[in-house]
Structure formats: C-alpha cells, structure tokens
Write a protein that binds this ligand. Structure first.
Ligand SMILES: NC(=O)c1ccc[n+]([C@@H]2O[C@H](COP(=O)([O-])OP(=O)(O)OC[C@H]3O[C@@H](n4cnc5c(N)ncnc54)[C@H](OP(=O)(O)O)[C@@H]3O)[C@@H](O)[C@H]2O)c1
Length: 210
C-alpha cells in the first residue's frame, strides 16, 4: 500500500484516484479550488482532500495537471516535495497533435526534475494511458501495461509497486531522458486514434514472446 497525493481534480485525477483506492492505497486529492477537491474526495469515497501549496500526505505525488502548469506547480510546492516520488503523467502535445511542445532533447519530466528539490525523484508514468482506460482498469484478457522512466531505482520500485497495486504491469524503459520517448509514444497514440482506431478504448503494451 502506498500513500498517494494527487494534485489536480480533473479526468486523470479521478481515474487514478478510483484505481488507487481500489488497490488499497491511501489517497489525498488537492485542487486549487478547495471545494472541488472536497467534492472529488467525497465522490471517490475514502480519499481525503488536501490543501494547495502545503504539506503533502503521500510519499508518491502525482501531478495530474496540464503540462504547461507542471513545473510551476512543482515550484509552488517547493520543499514540500523534498523526499517525495513525483509522478509526471503529462503529455506536452503541440497544436495538431503531431509533435511535442518541449525543448528538443528534453521532456516535461526532465524540466520538472530541474526545478524539483534535490531530494525528490521524478518518474514518468501513466502518460500513455487514456483516462477512460485507467478508470476501467485491467480486465480478463485485457492486461494494462504502464511504461515508466526515471533515474532513481528506489523511486521506480515505489512507482512499480503502486502500479502493481492497480492490477497493472509496470515496464521500466530506462532513465529519465526516456520520458521524451514516452511522450512521443503518446503522439503515436494520437495518430492511431485519428487514423486507425477512432476511439480511446485502447492502450499500448508489449507481447513477451518467450
Ligand atoms: N485525459 C487523458 O486521457 C490523459 C491521458 C494521459 C495523460 N494525460 C495528462 O494528464 C494531465 C491531466 O489531464 P486531465 O485530462 O486530467 O486534465 P483536466 O481534466 O483538464 O484536469 C486538469 C487539472 O489540473 C488542474 N490545474 C491546472 N493548472 C493548475 C495549476 N497551475 N495548479 C493546480 N492545478 C492546476 C485543473 O484545475 P482547475 O479545475 O482548477 O482548472 C484540473 O483539476 C495532463 O497533463 C494530460 O496531458 C491525460
């Protein structure tokens, strides 16, 4: 069981909160609109509502905010994030959904790591899962893979344990610069959505053949 603080009260916060509670984790949700955070906590049942910009209850903090706000949120929480594992779930899509809106050779996760306290560890995860797929969770015959990337082995182990508590399979793709690849993989999904699949009820995963 992990203690999870989710910053943001939108689609991904709701989906992750639902699955996290079902997996036996303690969940805190934090919104800049305190009333909406309370509303979500109560709708999830069993979650608590935290206060913006102050101490965070969870050892794992999920940034469920738009990519353009992510670094600012990390700066705002500052030392409250020291010692925490920060999960970056964002997708920095540029208009047109065919390229990323991050500096070449970087990623939102790397930009967040630059402004996070030295004792915090950033892990990219969940950005390749549509909110509806997360909310539904895995089902018989439909396993869900979660690609992760990060520099700190202990942080990745903590995130992997959390993912397993959701009944999903964590797949470590390597150090933090691989976050760029995971963000590009979401562009692949956008291409599939627009041209091949035409709905969001699918996920990327791997088949291990031997
Ligand atoms: N939706 C998906 O299928 C999906 C899949 C994979 C990854 N993602 C990523 O997940 C993240 C969240 O997506 P979402 O669909 O949950 O978006 P959403 O429904 O629009 O929710 C975004 C949340 O972020 C909050 N927020 C925005 N700026 C903030 C700030 N400066 N400080 C604190 N909170 C702030 C918003 O608060 P207010 O309500 O107060 O504006 C809202 O609660 C995005 O980065 C997205 O790229 C989404």
């Amino acid at each position: 069981m992990s203690g999870i603080s989710i910053i943001g009260v939108g689609n991904m916060a709701r989906a992750l909160g639902t699955r996290a509670l079902a997996g036996g984790n303690a969940v805190e949700v934090i919104g800049r609109d305190a009333a909406r955070a309370k509303e979500l906590a109560s709708a999830l049942g069993g979650a608590t509502a935290g206060t913006t910009g102050t101490a965070l209850a969870g050892d794992i903090v999920i940034l469920a905010v738009p990519y353009a706000s992510a670094a600012a949120v990390v700066r705002e929480y500052g030392d409250a994030l020291d010692g925490k594992v920060i999960i970056d779930i964002t997708n920095p899509f540029a208009p047109g959904l065919m390229r990323l809106d991050t500096p070449d050779g970087s990623s939102v996760a790397q930009e967040i790591a630059k402004v996070a306290p030295a004792g915090a560890h950033v892990v990219k995860a969940f950005n390749n899962l549509f909110a509806n797929v997360l909310a539904a969770g895995p089902a018989e015959g439909h396993p869900v893979d979660v690609f992760i990337a990060g520099d700190d082995a202990a942080a990745k182990a903590a995130v992997s344990a959390f993912i397993e508590s959701l009944g999903m399979r964590p797949l470590d793709t390597g150090p933090l610069p691989m976050a760029r690849v995971l963000e590009e993989a979401s562009l692949l999904e956008m291409g599939l959505l627009a041209n091949a699949v035409k709905h969001t009820n699918f996920s990327l995963g791997i088949n291990i053949l031997s």
